[in-house]
Write a protein that binds this ligand. Structure first.
Ligand code: AMP
Length: 360
């Protein structure tokens, strides 16, 4: 193809959409509402990647990854769809995504006063999340940033996994990968200990913490620092040792508090997470196995009996929705993107409230 033709095609794609007001801001992109030029009723989200001069072709690796993985994962109902891509002036890259107007799971979890939900609702949301993660892993993609804030909600109530800026493929198990991924509260122990070879199990840990957060309506392990995060894991789940995780002490950054806490059993979880029912708690415990080799996989999660026992998952159209006036939440969102969270006071309070030690 000649350059002219490429440019023409790009111009054509670009002309299909009209950009509107700003919806939100991520680390490497601004997100705008948009609509199809031929029909103002067809809404889209346009994610405009910020140009970053430090990268040689002007594109942040995050942006390239997001584009690549969204293209690979097209067609699953629980993964945000990429509708088009075009570049605008100064070589800015624009991703045209399906518009997801009903906020995200974090908004629902936090709006304790106005949003009520129960086991059947959590089962529906967790089912959609698990199917999304299974699809990623089945296609050799690790998401590496699963958290309630990245689970957006479509007009029909469907939950969609979004923000693939940190995703990568893991087709080659020998490759060293960075340990500095996943927002701290959702980061598994192997990454906190600096593991460079890891698997889909990293996402499963985050899925488990989303599950725990749905039940508690507060983050389960809101560490203020990495050291604090490890301490919380040791206290609330158990101390990783050679007994429960052979080889863990060999990890480069392995350090744990000297007082060893035995791994909590299902009974301890029942007293905190009973809201998920006994089968739900069984599933939760399996997602939070310290040793990634013992952690349940997405496929095994889908085969778990929890989905088939009563109550059945709520139908999408009957799921609780964000209440009107959720806008004030957007401002809070901006201040806590990508783990740059600064609500330490609340974090400590929650941690104290949830200390299993106190329940003994
Ligand atoms: P992101 O960088 O993908 O996390 O996007 C930043 C913010 O933009 C999100 O927290 C949402 O508020 C908003 N946003 C992103 N994608 C969409 C979408 N497809 N539909 C509606 N809002 C979105």
């Amino acid at each position: 193809m000649t350059m002219d033709l490429v440019e023409q095609m790009n111009e054509q794609e670009k002309r299909k959409y009209v950009k509107g007001k700003k919806l939100g801001e991520g680390t490497y992109a601004n997100v705008y509402l948009g609509h199809a030029r031929h029909d103002a009723g067809v809404l889209v989200a346009i994610k405009k990647i910020k140009v970053q001069k430090e990268y040689k072709d002007g594109l942040a690796p995050d942006a390239v990854r997001e584009l690549k993985h969204l293209q690979e994962l097209l067609g699953h109902p629980n993964i945000i769809s990429l509708l088009s891509v075009f570049s605008s002036k100064d070589q800015n890259l624009n991703l045209v995504l399906e518009y997801l107007p009903l906020g995200d799971l974090e908004m629902l979890i936090r709006d304790v006063d106005r949003v009520r939900y129960g086991t059947a609702d959590m089962k529906a949301w967790m089912g959609m999340l698990t199917r999304a993660v299974w699809f990623c892993h089945d296609n050799f993609v690790l998401h590496r940033d699963i958290k309630p804030n990245n689970l957006l909600i479509a007009a029909n109530g469907e939950v969609k996994l979004a923000d693939f800026g940190l995703a990568r493929s893991f087709a080659d198990p020998g490759t060293r990968m960075t340990a500095n991924v996943i927002t701290r509260w959702y980061r598994p122990p192997e990454l906190l200990f600096g593991a460079r070879h890891y698997s889909g199990a990293v996402d499963i840990w985050s899925v488990g913490l989303v599950f725990a957060e749905l039940v508690l309506r507060a983050p389960f392990l809101p560490g203020n620092t990495e050291v604090d995060q490890i301490n919380l894991i040791c206290r609330q789940i158990g101390t990783p040792t050679e007994d429960n995780w052979p080889g863990v002490t060999q990890l480069k950054e392995y350090t744990v508090p000297s007082e060893v806490v035995p791994v909590w059993g299902k009974d301890a979880y029942m007293s905190r997470f009973g809201g998920a029912g006994s089968d739900g708690v069984d599933l939760l415990v399996r997602t939070l196995a310290l040793d990634p080799k013992n952690r349940i996989t997405a496929r095994e999660m889908l085969e778990h009996r929890w989905w088939r026992t009563d109550p059945r998952p709520t139908r999408n159209e009957d799921l609780p929705r964000k209440s009107a006036g959720g806008e004030e939440k957007a401002a809070v969102d901006l201040s806590r993107r990508n783990g740059v969270v600064d609500d330490g006071a609340r974090g400590t309070k929650v941690a104290r409230k949830l200390d299993f030690g106190a329940a003994r």
